[in-house]
Ligand binder design. Structure first.
Ligand SMILES: [Zn+2]
Length: 328
């Protein structure tokens, strides 16, 4: 039996939930994402196990942090007040966050979509950053993820040996994706680390990829505060953000997965461990690749369709698109 199958059967066995009648975590997540489940009440509490596993007493009785001042601060931020104006006024800054160099790619980092991940101060030539929940632990199956990363690295190598690109896979503490995938484990973060190291990295190595697990990535302490998500459609050339607080989604050329994880960002922000029902506004910033504008169009259309349940509840879901600078 492959590791993928082990992983899948683990999910079936251990990821039952109080809401279900035998429904697995996977099916539930899928339902949540397509809008057929009561997602904010059922999906997010599990993330508490990862986000606050040192703090169960509080998790049982609602949030211990008063989120109102944090939400007001975010809403008052010029970026969130008028994202179009902000991006126009700061065009130089956000454009500098993309690697546009013709330098060969030598490094690819897999980092969580979590907005609390600390980003590098400068854009580095020849580096790509993929942003996936839990560095990939929520992919439907391991083989699919590994194949996607291998195809991605092969394309980035442009004929050079695959080993010329180092793939760094990171974990982080209080990972919501770990809570979703391994919520019934004693230490979901550790389960995610083990999966990243012993499944993702190991499988990538068997495919000739120079992959390493780099341990916990540095992050900001405290609850989720972002009310925006950036979706990078440039295959990982977006390396950082220009002083804005936002989740970042960037998949190895997988549109359905990018859509799923962008929705997950909205669900985290409107979940019980962030702002809950107090959240009335969320902005998606879609960075389109000038060479492949159809990708951004497809993602935007799908997100508009799949956020209708939020707008029906009176939430203001905003979409802002910008064309990323072209690579040289
Ligand atoms: Zn995470």
């Amino acid at each position: 039996m492959s590791e993928t199958q082990h992983h899948a059967s683990d999910s079936t066995e251990f990821h039952h939930h109080s809401h279900d009648g035998g429904e697995t975590r996977r099916e539930f997540l899928k339902d949540a994402i397509t809008g057929t489940a009561a997602l904010t009440s059922s999906l997010i509490p599990d993330m508490a196990t990862a986000q606050q596993h040192d703090d169960h007493a509080h998790a049982e009785h609602g949030h211990h942090t008063d989120m109102t001042p944090l939400l007001n601060k975010e809403l008052a931020d010029p970026f969130n007040q008028n994202t179009n104006n902000w991006l126009d006024a700061h065009e130089k800054e956000w454009k500098e966050c993309f690697d546009c160099s013709a330098d060969p790619v030598t490094e690819v980092e897999l980092v969580c979509i979590d907005e609390r991940m600390l980003m590098q101060a400068q854009t580095v030539s020849g580096k790509r950053i993929l942003r996936m929940a839990g560095s990939g632990v929520l992919w439907k199956n391991l083989d699919e993820l590994v194949e996607a990363v291998v195809a991605y690295v092969t394309a980035q190598a442009k004929g050079r040996p695959l080993s010329s690109i180092t793939v760094k896979v990171s974990s982080h503490v209080a990972c919501g994706a770990a809570g979703i995938e391994f919520g019934n484990d004693k230490d979901p973060d550790e389960s995610a680390r083990v999966f990243q190291r012993d499944s993702i990295v190991k499988q990538l190595k068997t495919k000739g990829i120079n992959a390493i697990h780099t341990g916990d990535a540095p992050m900001v302490k405290g609850p989720h505060t972002a009310i925006a998500a950036a979706v990078d459609c440039t295959d990982g050339r977006l390396q950082r953000l220009p002083s804005i607080n936002a989740f970042v989604v960037s998949d190895p050329d997988n549109v359905p997965h990018a859509i799923e994880e962008a929705l997950l960002a909205l669900k985290i922000a409107s979940g019980s461990h962030a702002y809950g029902e107090a959240l009335k506004q969320f902005t998606f910033v879609i960075f389109s690749d000038p060479m492949r504008p159809a990708v951004a169009e497809q993602i935007t259309k799908a997100l508009q369709e799949q956020t209708k349940e939020f707008t029906a509840r009176g939430m203001d879901i905003r979409f802002v698109t910008r064309t990323a600078p072209a690579a040289k």
